[in-house]
Design a binder for this molecule. Structure first.
Ligand SMILES: *Cc1c(COP(=O)(O)O)cnc(C)c1O
Ligand SMILES: [Zn+2]
Length: 366
């Protein structure tokens, strides 16, 4: 029905493999063709499982769900322009990471996995911990010591083991890889099932626009877990002739950590080595994104581009949204700052869609 394929050497792995990367070090992607028709879904429950034929879960009974997804798509005004914004801060754990965790932990459960490890700067850890709690799977979440206290509290509350690693986000990634030698690595960056969860963002957007694609989408780019998932979703919908073409992808980074914007500007196919500075957008402060070359390729193929935003733009965007009743965390505000910048130059007739990626309560008290 489907299998995994190494994106570097094309070696194939069965769908039930527990490998998280190829022996050659390459990223694993899913080779999967959804059999999906829009007509079938209109009277289904308003959650992401309405696209069941497009979701690669090996066993129906393994599905772990909180009835997540199908978040509202609301018009939000930016002066004389407006954009459609997915309310993905409204998920069970407060960020869109639940889309990926729903698929990934359902997959782990189908494989009979009893324990997983995961590393995260916060929200992916919250999502994996919550879905593991619901599935009865044990988990250890590795986090950088500097993660927001509210996120640490949330992860621990679900009963996950919390392993705080001193140093950088990259030090945390190295620590979990050692643990992943003998425990299932439920990685939101390496495991391709996560991306087949986040792709539902694209399915929902198109359905909510009347099975039409927007002209452009403005999305965060740290590890690219939403961006790459959305790209998969739009590609599948285009291949199935449900939409005529995928939108341009505008990727947003923080100026303080912009290995991909720099690569895009210099024509590089790989992320550029950078000195990371402090940023309030902790969720996208990824200096060495494992799927960096895929993010660059997806943005280039879409005809889109990159925008890097400053700390003061992030603060302004957060306040501006709160003044309209939307409380979002700084990382989510970075995306909205990028959206505001994009709208100031985008053609008037363009349909632009973006996202509120995380809830403001996540970073409250900071
Ligand atoms: C994870 C996350 C992002 C973006 O993440 P990447 O997958 O690293 O690109 C953006 N906003 C919030 C709130 C997040 O939790
Ligand atoms: Zn390989």
């Amino acid at each position: 029905m489907f299998h995994l394929t190494c994106s570097t050497c094309a070696k194939e792995f069965p769908a039930d493999t527990t490998a998280w990367r190829c022996q050659c070090g390459g990223l694993l992607d899913l080779t999967f063709e959804p059999g999906f028709w829009p007509d079938a879904v209109s009277d289904r429950a308003p959650d992401l499982w309405r696209y069941r034929e497009a979701l690669p879960v090996l066993e129906e009974t393994a599905i772990v769900s909180f009835g997540e997804g199908y978040t509202p798509l609301l018009p939000v005004s930016f002066g004389r322009r407006s954009a459609w914004i997915k309310q993905d801060h409204l998920f069970q754990t407060g960020s869109y990471k639940d889309r990926g965790a729903a698929l990934l932990i359902s997959h782990a459960r189908a494989l009979g996995i009893k324990k997983v490890v995961e590393d995260s700067s916060g929200n992916a850890g919250c999502a994996v911990a919550a879905y593991c709690a619901r599935a009865g799977i044990a988990c250890d979440i590795y986090v950088p010591e500097s993660t927001s206290p509210a996120k640490l509290e949330q992860i621990a509350a679900y009963g996950a083991g919390l392993i705080r690693i001193p140093g950088s986000r990259e030090d945390t990634a190295r620590a979990v890889m050692a643990a992943a030698e003998n425990t299932f690595y439920a990685s939101h960056t390496w495991n391709p099932f996560f991306f087949h969860g986040t792709k539902t963002w694209a399915y929902e957007v198109c359905e909510q626009l009347g099975w039409k694609a927007p002209d452009s989408v403005v999305l965060p780019a740290g590890n690219g877990t939403l961006l790459l998932g959305a790209a998969i979703g739009f590609k599948e919908l285009t291949a199935a002739k449900i939409i005529s073409r995928p939108p341009a992808i505008i990727a947003v980074q923080a100026e303080a950590c912009q290995p991909l914007t720099r690569a895009f500007e210099t024509g590089s196919q790989q992320p550029v080595k950078i000195e990371k500075r402090d940023t309030r957008a902790e969720g996208i402060a990824i200096a060495e994104p494992a799927r960096g070359w895929q993010i660059l390729a997806a943005v280039r193929a879409s005809g889109g581009g990159f925008i890097s935003v400053t700390e003061s733009e992030i603060r302004t965007a957060q306040q501006r949204m709160a003044s309209q009743g939307y409380f979002i965390e700084p990382t989510a505000a970075a995306v909205i700052a990028g959206l505001a910048r994009y709208l100031s130059t985008a053609p008037d007739k363009e349909i632009v869609v973006s996202t509120f990626s995380g809830h403001g309560l996540k970073a409250a008290g900071h």
